[in-house]
Write a protein that binds this ligand. Structure first.
Ligand code: FER
Length: 299
């Protein structure tokens, strides 16, 4: 009898746990393979003046298929990891293929994707020891460059919607930590925030979200994901545990894999489908039953 009660309690505890931690499926076969005969977006490299760093800096820009200067688009800022630069996403994931395929399947809201160099220092290359303290520090400095230099540049050069609900920030590893730090630290600028395999630069939960009520009110989406073989998983988990305790709605996905682009391509495939969408439903993606309901109830 006692044993039965204990197993029942365990089952109950496990089902609560499973609520907070969802399993992210693998994207369907072919999601990252170039398809013939579909409309394509464009990738270009742009250069902007950074008052924060004191020189010109580069970023890649993806504009979606059918892009028109007469429309206005929301923007996703997509950040790289410690060994990368503005080209890392493009080299490692070919995001234009993943996104073009999703547009062809009518699964994405039209958006512009900016892939900056998140190492905000004069020599921002990934050469040499990428763990050197000045290079790691430059990932923090990027907050100023992003807010004061890059975003204003993007909003001048491209036809974009310039309100918080039209800006998303997401990234991998160091870029995941940056996205959580800068996104949650600047809820007046970003309403959509995503961290993939976020690194140790992720702030402690209480510093990341000191005002849970504000986060609850302002976030359209808070996404965290990590591979089950990634030793950095503890950084995402401790944030998710805190958010769970503070009842801040968020998605925390565990997926098969380690710390590499197989995982990050999968993350981009799923997260991009949630961005700038009002209906929180994505074919094949498990979402908590309550997802999207609390928000409409509070309106
Ligand atoms: C660390 C382990 C991993 C660290 C950064 C990383 C600054 C980042 C990894 C990546 O961006 O892929 O201890 O400290």
């Amino acid at each position: 009898m006692k044993k039965n009660i204990i197993s029942l309690l365990c089952l109950f505890a496990c089902s609560c746990f499973a609520q907070a931690q969802l399993t992210l499926p693998g994207a369907p076969e072919g999601f990252d393979k170039e398809k013939e005969g579909i409309a394509r977006g464009k990738i270009e490299t742009v250069s902007y003046d950074s008052t924060t760093v004191g020189n010109a800096r580069k970023a890649l820009v993806y504009t979606p298929p059918g892009f028109s200067a007469d429309e206005k688009y929301p923007v996703l800022y997509l950040l790289h990891g410690i060994g990368g630069d503005e080209n890392e996403w493009n080299n490692g994931a070919k995001p234009q293929i993943i996104l073009d395929n999703l547009y062809a399947a009518k699964k994405l809201a039209p958006m512009i994707v900016i892939m900056p160099n998140g190492r905000a220092m004069k020599d921002d290359s990934a050469a040499g020891n990428v763990m050197a303290p000045d290079k790691v520090k430059a990932f923090e400095t990027f907050e100023g460059d992003l807010l004061k230099d890059l975003i204003p540049f993007v909003e001048k050069k491209y036809p974009v919607k310039a309100d918080r609900e039209s800006r998303a920030i997401a990234g991998l590893s160091m870029g995941g930590g940056q996205s959580l730090n800068f996104g949650l630290g600047n809820l007046d600028t970003f309403a959509w925030v995503g961290g993939f395999s976020s690194a140790p630069n992720t702030k402690e939960p209480q510093k990341l979200v000191p005002d849970p009520e504000k986060a609850r009110k302002n976030l359209k989406l808070l996404w965290m994901s990590c591979g089950d073989q990634d030793r950095l998983i503890s950084f995402s988990k401790r944030v998710s545990d805190y958010l769970e305790a503070e009842k801040v709605p968020h998605l925390f996905y565990i997926e098969k894999g380690g710390h590499d682009f197989r995982v990050w391509k999968n993350d981009l495939y799923w997260l991009s489908q949630l961005l700038f969408q009002s209906a929180p439903k994505v074919e094949g993606l498990p979402l908590p039953e309550s997802w999207g309901k609390a928000e409409s109830a509070s309106k």
